[in-house]
Write a protein that binds this ligand. Structure first.
Ligand code: FES
Length: 261
């Protein structure tokens, strides 16, 4: 039986957490010699998440230091994937898929059922800190739709009955997937800061970056309308990112000289 009521780390000590992760991170980084240590970024973030239940700002900063990359590279990688949780979350992270194959096979009913049973919506956490809920994009398991991830482990062929059984087992501490550690008590809204003036052109006009999408949400339709009706306003921003900085030179080089990269 899993302890889903284990105390939250009120005395969170990041130095201790870092000391726990560092030997594992060093082993991972050693697998990418010859200047390729950047490739260890994702597995190192996973190690922090395994220990804390989320990827904290301190964890991202230390990862950047260890692999010798700017913090912006680490943050942009962590923010790209729903696999990484950048806010403290519940013991169980529930991520049903909201994309086409799953919707055709009943994901709408499943998502509605989750929301009813949990009393929360997209990117929220229950009051007791047990469940966080996020409707995710295609999880690449369309042949077993509707599907979801629970603490990043796949659950297939969802039905409302299966959801009830799952939630009951999680509350009882008997579910197959173990609960996450929880170094910090999560808030109700698990969301990222809004920067509405900094959105990509396609996302402008969408009310909020945490717009839940899925059921009844029109943001995708509005985005397509915008892209088809107006010229795409490409804005070139200077960057020191090396693949962008020398990208033009690489494209201009003959194919034989590119194979080594
Ligand atoms: S649409 Fe749900 S896994 Fe692909």
């Amino acid at each position: 039986m899993s302890d889903v009521t284990a105390p939250v780390g009120a005395d969170r000590d990041f130095a201790r957490i870092a000391a726990q992760v560092e030997p594992i991170a060093r082993t991972i980084m050693a697998q990418y010699p010859n200047g390729n240590v950047r490739s260890a970024l994702i597995p190192v973030l996973h190690e922090f998440q395994n220990v804390e239940g989320w990827v904290s700002p301190e964890a991202m900063a230390l990862t950047a230091e260890w692999i010798g990359e700017p913090l912006s590279v680490v943050e942009s990688t962590a923010s790209f994937y729903t696999l990484f949780h950048r806010r403290p979350i519940g013991r169980y992270m529930l991520q049903p898929c909201r994309n086409l194959s799953c919707l055709i096979n009943g994901a709408g009913d499943v998502m509605r059922h989750f929301r009813d049973r949990l009393g929360i919506g997209h990117l929220q956490t229950t009051e007791d800190g047990l469940f966080s809920y996020e409707e995710a994009e295609c999880l690449a398991a369309c042949d077993r739709a509707p599907c979801m991830q629970v603490n990043l482990q796949f659950v297939y062929d969802l039905t409302k009955e299966k959801v009830d059984e799952m939630l009951a087992a999680m509350r009882a501490g008997t579910y197959d997937v173990p609960p996450l550690p929880q170094s910090v008590k999560p808030g109700r809204d698990w969301s990222v800061a809004s920067a509405t003036d900094k959105k990509s052109p396609g996302a402008q006009g969408v009310s909020h970056p945490n717009d839940p999408g899925g059921l009844g949400d029109a943001s995708g339709v509005r985005m397509i309308e915008r892209l088809t009706k107006t010229p795409y306003p490409v804005e070139v921003r200077p960057t020191k990112e090396r693949l962008v900085a020398d990208g033009a030179a690489r494209l201009a080089a003959p194919p034989s000289s590119q194979s080594e990269h």
